[in-house]
Design a protein around this ligand. Structure first.
Ligand SMILES: NC(=O)c1c(N)nc(OC2CCCC2)nc1O[C@@H]1CCC[C@@H]1O
Length: 322
């Protein structure tokens, strides 16, 4: 096999191992095997820089210092969500929706990841741009930082043009380790995983992002009506394309079931390896979503059920001594 074929083969093998490890959370090989293949690819790429592929796994490590972040106009605005705090707020949401359509409503309930929203654009299945939400209309181009997050695919399983949205977050364990390390270095600690994730994505030195163990769950397709007729079909399409989707979403046929799901996860949230601040409820049918439309800043077909703030010790200190 010539060196071009070996580089291609190593790139595909390591991309598959990354997908199984970081997207499916099901490693195929041990670290030693992975590291020796990566070392061989790094060596071949160093000797043949013209043969490096755009989605090479070697782009995930190391990095450079950027001058700044360019502004990005979102083709489809990144909206915020209306809030519900109890069962009657949820019933009001359902009643308002029922007024605008005669069709029976099916909901999708999904965990509300407490991170920061990003949008990613792929052309012919290749990641071309990633940006923060910003004010919903204009965000910052953080493509180089997002490429360092191993659960964000650089190349999809199909050569599609798609824009997807997800929530970048820092797992609780990574957050505790980072704060422990910052304490040793006498640096200020982060108040919570969301701030740690936001602070990391604002780094101009992309090699720092590579070391911070950020992750992501994808939750919507921006140019959505090309991939399915319901939100749950879109979530399946996202998974088939290679995106990491939170496995705890559920299709439910009444607002009472939605409320039960919210209570269930309010109890179980502290056992999760990442922070959630509630549940996002969406009407499943995309045609009913289109019928319901939007208010000035959020969709009428989705709502966030918010959990009461979790009284962790560090938060208690915050409240007590600030
Ligand atoms: N944080 C989340 O887990 C989450 C989610 N699971 N689903 C959505 O759906 C979008 C699409 C329609 C309107 C909001 N948004 C989420 O987070 C939003 C993004 C911006 C403000 C909230 O954090």
């Amino acid at each position: 096999m010539d060196v071009k074929e070996r580089i291609k083969e190593l790139t595909e093998i390591l991309t598959k191992y990354d997908y199984h490890y970081h997207v499916l959370d099901e490693p195929l090989v041990d670290d030693a095997t992975y590291d020796s293949l990566l070392a061989e690819l790094k060596k071949l790429e160093k000797e043949n820089p013209g043969l490096v592929l755009a989605h090479s796994p070697t782009k995930r490590v190391g990095g450079k210092v950027l001058a700044g972040f360019k502004a990005v106009q979102h083709g489809t605005p990144m909206l915020s969500l209306g809030n519900a705090f109890n069962s009657s707020d949820l019933e009001d949401f359902a009643i308002r929706a029922k007024k605008k359509t005669s069709q029976p409503l099916t909901y999708v309930a999904e965990l509300k990841i407490d991170g920061l929203a990003v949008t990613l654009t792929y052309e012919n299945g290749m990641l071309v741009r990633g940006a923060t939400r910003g004010d919903g209309q204009t965000g910052e181009d953080i493509t180089e930082n997002l490429k360092k997050i191993k659960s964000i695919p650089l190349k999809l399983t199909q050569p599609v043009n798609i824009e997807v949205r997800g929530e970048v977050y820092m797992p609780k364990l990574a957050f505790d380790k980072l704060n422990e390390q910052r304490k040793q270095e006498e640096k200020p600690q982060f108040a919570n995983p969301r701030n740690a994730a936001a602070g990391t994505l604002r780094q101009l030195d992309t090699s720092i992002v590579a070391k911070r163990n950020l992750s992501i769950f994808f939750y919507s397709i921006a140019n959505s009506d090309e991939f399915g007729s319901t939100h749950s079909e879109n979530l399946s399409a996202l998974k088939e394309l290679g995106f990491r989707v939170n496995p705890n979403y559920k299709k439910l046929s009444s607002i009472e079931e939605v409320y039960a799901y919210c209570n269930d996860w309010q109890q179980k949230r502290e056992n999760l390896p990442y922070e959630i601040d509630g549940v996002v409820i969406k009407i499943d049918s995309l045609s009913i979503q289109r019928e319901l439309g939007y208010t000035a800043k959020s969709p009428r077909w989705a709502i966030a059920y918010k959990f009461p703030a979790q009284r962790s010790f560090s938060k208690l200190l915050d409240v007590t001594f600030t």
